[in-house]
Write a protein that binds this ligand. Structure first.
Ligand code: TYM
Length: 329
């Protein structure tokens, strides 16, 4: 039986953090052999907010290197840069013309990102979800492995695919959001009511390339409460978040009960120092591999070129079908 196809992407708009890892990349790695995978560095999405061109260029490569350093196998998985495949921007335009403004108005991420500065934000930021739909639908993906915050965008993608298929011709596969319960929403260390995010302050997150002493400091300072027992209690969101991260990074098969038993009679201090050690140990091989890969700048360029060459025919074919269905050309 043919494997299901996964498509996903991350913006190179800031350095990668533990939330991106636990909500997305870790699952990509764990399931890569069961699926056919296409993983993208979505640079066209990054420019919906102002970016420094030199830094963006570096971050695009860094992000692809981190995919590989985390364990994505570039031999079997296509890794590519969104702007290398022109079809993304072109299909996004077709979707801009198909998508009602009311659908885009409902997107909570746009509201969060713009706040009361809506009129100053770029038109690109508003139509961002139509570009995301184009990314996914170009490749006829079966599913989209992402964190919880992207669910609404994947649902919009489904709505766009269904509208197109109904009004023109059945060109697009309607994809599923593939969201795991655990790790889907890693919370900010300094405020566990908010998600860990590139746009939060420096104390809210741990970057994948952070030094061990920074990791230890951030975890020690993580906001908890005045309780003492170390148990999975959703009423204590700071503690709950730290325990969730601990569980996800523990050996596969570790249960919540086993974690609670391990910390029975110990306090928050013990949890924080053991968690810090676990994060440092998890990130050590990733950082090593990242530095190894960085020694040869041609390595990543070749991977990205090969990735784009592999996926371009799929994108071209879907776009041709969509244009023909709309009567274009
Ligand atoms: P981005 O770049 O914000 O995030 C990349 C991935 O990381 C997940 N994530 C989290 N998961 C758990 N806890 C968190 N605190 C956390 N923060 C981020 C996100 O859910 C995501 O899976 N719009 C997308 C990028 C995109 C895309 C696509 C994704 C563009 N086109 C096509 C999938 C398919 C975004 O901004 O993700």
């Amino acid at each position: 039986m043919a494997k299901l196809r996964a498509f996903s992407g991350i913006q190179p708009s800031g350095d990668l953090h533990l939330g991106n890892y636990l909500g997305a990349i870790r699952n990509w790695v764990l399931e890569q052999h069961d699926r056919e995978n296409i993983f993208c560095v979505v640079d066209l999405h990054a420019i919906t907010l102002p970016q420094d061109p030199k830094l963006l260029h570096k971050r695009i490569r860094d992000l692809a290197k981190i995919y590989i350093a985390c364990g994505i196998d570039p031999e079997s998985v296509a890794i590519f840069v969104q702007s290398h495949i022109k079809e993304h921007a072109e299909l996004a335009w077709l979707f801009n013309c198909l998508t009602p403004i009311g659908w885009l108005n409902r997107m909570t991420q746009f509201k969060e990102k713009t706040g009361d500065r809506r009129d100053q934000s770029s038109a690109g930021l508003f139509v961002y979800p139509a570009l995301m739909a184009a990314d996914i639908l170009l490749y006829q993906a079966d599913g989209v492995p992402v964190g919880e915050d992207q669910k609404q965008h994947v649902e919009l993608t489904r709505d766009i695919a269904e509208k197109f298929n109904r009004e023109y011709a059945p060109v697009f596969k309607v994809p599923q959001p593939w969201i795991k319960e655990d790790g889907a929403r890693v919370m900010a260390l300094d405020d566990p009511t908010k998600k860990m995010s590139k746009s939060g302050g420096p104390n809210n997150l741990i970057y994948m390339l952070d030094d061990p002493d920074v990791i230890v400091k951030r975890i020690k300072r993580a906001v908890t409460d005045t309780g003492t027992t170390v148990v999975f209690d959703s009423q204590r969101p700071g503690l709950f978040n730290l325990l969730e991260i601990y569980l996800l990074l523990s050996k596969p098969g570790t249960t919540k009960e086993a974690v609670e038993e391990h910390f029975a009679g110990k306090g928050y201090g013990a949890l924080k120092s053991e968690l810090a050690e676990l994060v440092v140990e998890t990130l050590k091989p990733v950082q090593q591999k990242y530095h190894e890969i960085s020694e040869d700048p041609n390595y990543i360029e070749e991977i990205l070129k090969r990735g784009a060459d592999r996926v371009r025919p799929i994108a071209a074919r879907t776009l041709d079908d969509a244009k023909a269905a709309m009567g274009l050309g």
